[in-house]
Design a protein around this ligand. Sequence first.
Ligand SMILES: Cc1cc2nc3c(=O)[nH]c(=O)nc-3n(C[C@H](O)[C@H](O)[C@H](O)COP(=O)(O)OP(=O)(O)OC[C@H]3O[C@@H](n4cnc5c(N)ncnc54)[C@H](O)[C@@H]3O)c2cc1C
Length: 417
Amino acid sequence: MEVVIVGAGIGGLTLALSLHQAGVACRVFEAAPSIKPLGVGINLLPHAMRELGDLGLESAIAARGIETKEVCFYNRFGQHIFTEPRGRFAQYDWPQYSIHRGDLQAALVEAVVERLGLDALVTGYRFIGADQDGSGVVARFQDPRSGKVLPSVQGDVLVGCDGIRSVLRAQLHPGDDPLIYSGITMWRGMTRWPPFLSGASMAYAGWLATGKVIVYPVRDAIDAEGRQLVNWLCEFNTPPRDPSGDWSRPGELNDFLWACQDMHFDWLDIPAFVKAADFILEYPMVDKDPLERWSFERMTLLGDAAHPMYPRGSNGAGQAILDARTLAGHLARQGNPVAALSAYENDRREATSAVVQANRRIPPDAILREVYERTGDRPFSNIDEVISQAELQTLSERYKQIAGFQREALRDRSDLV
Ligand SMILES: Cc1cc2nc3c(=O)[nH]c(=O)nc-3n(C[C@H](O)[C@H](O)[C@H](O)COP(=O)(O)OP(=O)(O)OC[C@H]3O[C@@H](n4cnc5c(N)ncnc54)[C@H](O)[C@@H]3O)c2cc1C
């Protein structure tokens, strides 16, 4: 069997490595002429790290990223609400990592080239459409720079891992399929800064009505002064500005500084920190309504192409990794590709739709919303009078259960490949 993979993002590359591990041939076709370290930070939760570990990639991730120790929540006045250990620090069998998206993609590319060979990853190939019949698929491509038509590629199965503006999704679901704006815009960036809190903490502060900030380091000791590369984002409710879903759109400090200008915390001076950023990007929080169907005989969708979700809860990359592992497992076990694609959809479509919906309604940081509402956005004198530790724990566990990374459930489930 030969699988044609469209898109060398996190999902496409993980699928290639998983198919190779399972003994199924594949090639990846990527529109970009070369793979550049784009994006900012990504979190790899224990469910994703289990899969990357099974691919023998934990040390490559550990060499590039930071093993997350804890997640800490504060209100906008800097008052501590809740801290929860993460990954192995919370007795999971697998760690949690924070990493630059470019570093994660580079680790995957390196492994693909090493294990599958240089020919397995073809860049400068923009997918434009595909045909299929009972015996196989034919994928059509063009050169993204010249627009010239490139030779078509044949295979037994075609998987669209081509991200939030997927061409295969548009072909399989012609008609209205808009990006839906959440009402929240995020400004994101990277700053070189000395370690704060534990040096491996992810911290949330504030809430969306007045401005919320998330910060976490993604690379350790990047210079002689021991500074880290720290990912940050500042987000708040605002009418749509540019809801196109362009991950690389530059942002402006003055468009969001007001929302964090009073956050001078004893562990981090947020205004000084964001002003020192290497670059700033602006991104609208957008998703799409879950699809009724992903698989059409020999073609299917994976990752953001199948289920674009709000980039909150550290799940965009994680769910793409789980999709890839599940699909590779079915393709390896089933001789019939059509049955394998259908079994993959059965396992993953409803599960990921639940994460899309959870990210809309009960986000992972619902703790901050709860405290914001209960205090009327005023400082508290004692957090226990606002919300109990048990309630905080319940809010946190609810999201883990939906996203599939509750400790016991993860430990008990069998291997995907
Ligand atoms: C440039 C960029 C920056 C990002 N930055 C962040 C970030 O900072 N934080 C975050 O949480 N998430 C970010 N994401 C999204 C994140 O990578 C995904 O949500 C998640 O990892 C799921 O991965 P995916 O493989 O489904 O999609 P993606 O990682 O988006 O990968 C899709 C891949 O398909 C390629 N592609 C698209 N169209 C075609 C086509 N027609 N033919 C061939 N190839 C095509 C793209 O170039 C890309 O390499 C970014 C995505 C991109 C593309």
